[in-house]
Ligand binder design. Structure first.
Ligand code: SF4
Length: 169
């Protein structure tokens, strides 16, 4: 235990020292910002993996580690779509996940926003033309925000989410 305390004192606080995204966050469309006004700058997110390689998820999960610590900005992961404000969808929509995606979308209360995370969710990425893929996310449910990348870095995801939470003037 003393070894751990000593190490923590030596390293110091790592939260907030992450490198900012090199690419600027995508412009967030005004309609999505208008919808999030009701959320009062907090955002409960439900993740849905519709057939990704898991790398996008891992980057999304990294938002909750001590370096990015997205919860300090009011962004947290909801345990059920019924408690979520936003759906973050990763991967192309596979045949097996098409119905599940539509069900989750239906279960999420309005107003809600849908974020397509990663190239696969936006346009099927490297899985384009696969026999197991039925299309990108927006072919099945309306998408409000797209965060490109293969996978997008946590800093890019965080910047896009923070932009969404900024009050509109
Ligand atoms: S965008 Fe890249 S990292 Fe994300 S699911 Fe597709 S292949 Fe994997």
């Amino acid at each position: 235990m003393f070894r751990i305390i000593k190490k923590s004192l030596k390293i110091g606080v790592v939260t907030g020292q992450y490198r900012r995204a090199e690419k600027p966050a995508l412009p967030i469309i005004q309609e999505a910002k208008d919808k999030t006004k009701l959320f009062k700058r907090s955002l409960a997110i439900r993740e849905v993996d519709t057939g990704s390689c898991n790398a996008c998820e891992m980057e999304m999960n990294a938002l909750l580690n001590p370096v990015y610590d997205a919860e300090r900005f009011g962004i947290h992961i909801a345990a059920s779509p019924r408690h979520a404000d936003a759906l973050v969808v990763t991967g192309p929509v596979t045949v097996n996940m098409e119905r599940a995606l539509k069900d989750v979308h239906k279960q999420t209360p309005d107003p809600k926003i849908v974020i397509a995370l990663g190239d696969c969710a936006i346009d099927c990425g490297m899985f384009k033309n696969s026999y197991a893929v039925t299309g990108p996310v927006e072919r099945h449910i309306p998408v409000d925000i797209r965060i490109p990348g293969c996978p997008p870095r946590p800093a890019e995801i965080l910047e896009a989410l923070s932009e969404l939470r900024k009050p509109t003037v």
